[in-house]
Design a protein around this ligand. Structure first.
Ligand code: MG
Length: 158
């Protein structure tokens, strides 16, 4: 078995959408980034690439490339799953913590797990997502950004 971790941060500003795990979360502010700025998906992609010893998201999907502008990050999940499969690995499980001051995410977690599992071609119970706040502390606490930490375990295909 192999394990990988991933971390991602995006600034939150007015006039942008907040997309997490491919799910649109109604919010006064949204995440700024080159693609759809899906912080959760980006952290999971990095965790999976890390587990596979395959570098990082910036190498595989460079923000300098015009084709990734505004794109749904869910396609990154599909590409990474295909890459792992071609290297002889399958995904055991993915776990992630979202640090966001508001809005509350509890009612969206199940949808996020489903969305991510579909794009990784795994079962919903292989994906776990948690939400937390920073209790008002620092950039997350002031609502200036969203941060996600993810871990992923992979194992050889039999
Ligand atoms: Mg990102």
């Amino acid at each position: 078995m192999r394990i990988g971790c991933g971390i991602d941060v995006h600034p939150l500003i007015k006039g942008e959408k907040l997309i997490l795990g491919g799910i649109h979360i109604p919010s006064e502010v949204g995440a700024k980034g080159h693609s759809d700025a899906d912080c959760l998906t980006h952290a999971i992609v990095d965790a999976l690439l890390g587990a596979g010893g395959l570098g990082d998201i910036g190498q595989h999907f460079p923000p300098s490339e015009e084709k990734y502008r505004g794109i749904s990050s869910l396609i990154f999940l599909e590409e990474v799953q295909n890459l792992l499969d071609s290297q002889g690995f399958r995904i055991s499980n993915v776990d992630a913590s979202i640090a966001l001051e508001k809005p509350k995410l509890a009612s969206y977690v199940s949808k996020m797990c489903e969305s991510i599992s579909i794009h990784l071609a795994i079962q919903k119970d292989q994906v776990n997502i948690k939400a937390t706040t920073f209790e008002g502390l620092g950039m997350i606490g002031r609502g200036e950004g969203v941060m996600v930490y993810a871990v992923a375990l992979i194992q050889p295909n039999d």
